[in-house]
Design a protein around this ligand. Structure first.
Ligand code: FAD
Length: 454
């Protein structure tokens, strides 16, 4: 039996960052990983997708080559090279995490962990015991109850990230973050993309105005959207030349419709990874939505915590990381001031969208007194210089509290960087006057923010 101060299950951005931080603070840590170090984020989530997003962005810029005075024949896409670059980025970062997990005070164990009791887990028939345990097992793709999911070519995001040829036609079921990012990327690669979504608007996490504008912008780039459409089945059919294809059958306002495609991506959400952990052995309660936790991410068993996607609170890499840091602080008896209700997020379509704080819709529903100030990329010097004039930003301020900044929702080039600035201001309780008094570099996109408070 191996004994440590802290045992962590899962080495995603929740688990490995918590391990690193705990080790820096002199705790002995055992971290268990069933697959590759770095978790979903590094191996099949944030990092590979953002690498592909960068390829897409370059292709989109090349489409505007004439605008930038570039003349010539153009370029052909070498999809194998695109995927190879993605693999290299992932491998480099994974080696980095593996190296971090070799530092003094950390032991990494490869295998699948399951609970024996509230202080012991079993991995490869070996027992590991610790005073405190963090469950950071992440999530996996969730499939809707639709006929035909088992057909070859009906795939999830992990499988799409390892295809070896570019599909001519891709049908994406679900217009959430994952579906929209892949729609944007593959349409830039030249694939004909159709998105079929049950809801009226894409990206329900976003401000509805921003979501609509983003969908329209991506739509203008050639992505076809079928909103308010309920997928009924996926079938195998043949195209005009007699080749096998997949047909997504759906119903829109009572009317049966279909879309033909070579690949169908199921992007209808994620489910927490609780299966096989034998949580009952440790008295840890959970539901299909995730492991039950309190505001310190403590489970129903006092010495066991659950962070990241597995508790279902906020399925973002940085949420997992900061939840992990907070738990380690709690174990160390340290207080921190991490505000989990100020959670910035971004969607890396082209253009990007990003958001922090409540949306206008939420403020209206709560009957709050607020003002919405809007800024547009088209009137910003840097945006014009970049030829990135499509975009807008909404800054929400609390008029009942000295014009304190409470939210920001944006779409356009580098929207995530602009929203990050506002996230910092919200954390510091800043007002519009304090933002107006802050000198901004000229020319930058962040002047959009400054201009709307001056
Ligand atoms: P994970 O990263 O899922 O790691 C969990 C780890 O636990 C895995 O390695 C798994 O193998 C291991 N594990 C599970 N069960 C066991 C067990 N019993 N024993 C041992 N090991 C186990 N988020 C963002 O913030 N920005 C983005 O741009 C972004 N893009 C994304 C794109 C895609 C396509 C996907 C799928 C996700 C994306 N996400 C993004 C979400 C992000 O990846 C997750 O929120 C994040 O990885 C969650 O971190 P985690 O530490 O909770 O779990």
């Amino acid at each position: 039996m191996t004994k440590s101060d802290l045992l962590i299950i899962g080495s995603g951005p929740g688990g490995y960052r918590a391990a690193q931080y705990a080790a820096q603070h002199s705790l002995s840590v055992v971290i268990v990983e069933a697959e590759d170090a770095g978790g979903t984020c590094l191996n099949r989530g944030c990092i590979p997708t953002k690498t592909l997003c960068r390829n897409a962005e370059i292709i989109d810029t090349l489409h505007e080559a004439n605008t930038f005075g570039l003349e010539g024949e153009g370029y052909a896409l070498n999809f194998a090279a695109v995927m190879e670059r993605k693999n290299q980025v992932v491998n480099q970062l994974r080696s980095g995490v593996e190296a971090l997990m070799k530092q003094p005070n950390i032991t990494m164990v490869h295998g699948f962990a399951k609970f024996k009791d509230l202080k012991t887990v079993v991995v490869n028939e070996e027992e590991y015991t610790a005073d405190n345990i963090i469950i950071a097992t992440g999530s996996d793709s969730k499939c809707p109850p639709v006929e035909g999911l088992q057909l070859p070519g009906v795939i999830n995001s992990t499988q799409l990230l390892s295809i070896n040829h570019l599909p001519k036609r891709l049908c994406i079921i679900g217009a959430g973050v994952i579906g929209m990012e892949f729609a944007s990327v593959f349409s830039s690669f030249g694939t004909q993309v159709t998105v079929v979504e049950f809801l009226k608007e894409c990206l329900p996490v976003l401000d509805s105005d921003i979501a609509k504008r983003l969908r329209q912008t991506i739509g203008k780039r050639g992505v076809e959207f079928s909103m308010q459409s309920a997928v009924k089945s996926i079938t195998e059919t043949t195209d005009a030349e007699g080749n096998r294809q997949l047909t997504v059958n759906y119903e829109k306002k009572g009317k049966p419709l279909h879309t033909d495609a070579d690949l169908v991506l199921i992007a209808t959400g994620r489910k927490p990874n609780t299966e096989g952990l034998e949580l009952e052995m440790a008295g840890v309660e959970y539901s299909p939505k995730g492991i039950n936790v309190d505001d310190d991410f403590q489970t129903t068993t006092a010495n066991i915590y659950a962070i990241g996607d597995v508790n279902g609170r906020c399925m973002l890499a940085h949420a997992a990381t900061f939840q992990g840091l907070h738990v380690v602080n709690k174990i160390l008896g340290k207080t921190d001031n991490i505000k989990f209700d100020i959670m910035p997020s971004a969607i890396f379509t082209n253009p990007e969208a990003a958001s922090v704080g409540p949306t206008e819709d939420q403020l209206k529903a709560e009957g709050r007194q607020y003002e919405c100030r809007k800024g547009f990329y088209r009137s910003n010097g840097k945006a014009l210089a970049m030829n990135e004039t499509d975009g807008m930003l909404k800054l929400l301020v609390d008029t009942a509290d000295n014009n304190r900044i409470i939210g920001c929702h944006a779409f356009g080039a580098h929207a995530s960087d602009l929203v990050q600035e506002v996230s910092t201001l919200i954390n510091l309780g800043a007002t519009t006057q304090q933002l107006a008094d802050t000198i901004h570099i000229h020319p930058t996109l962040s002047e959009i923010l400054h201009d709307i408070v001056c």
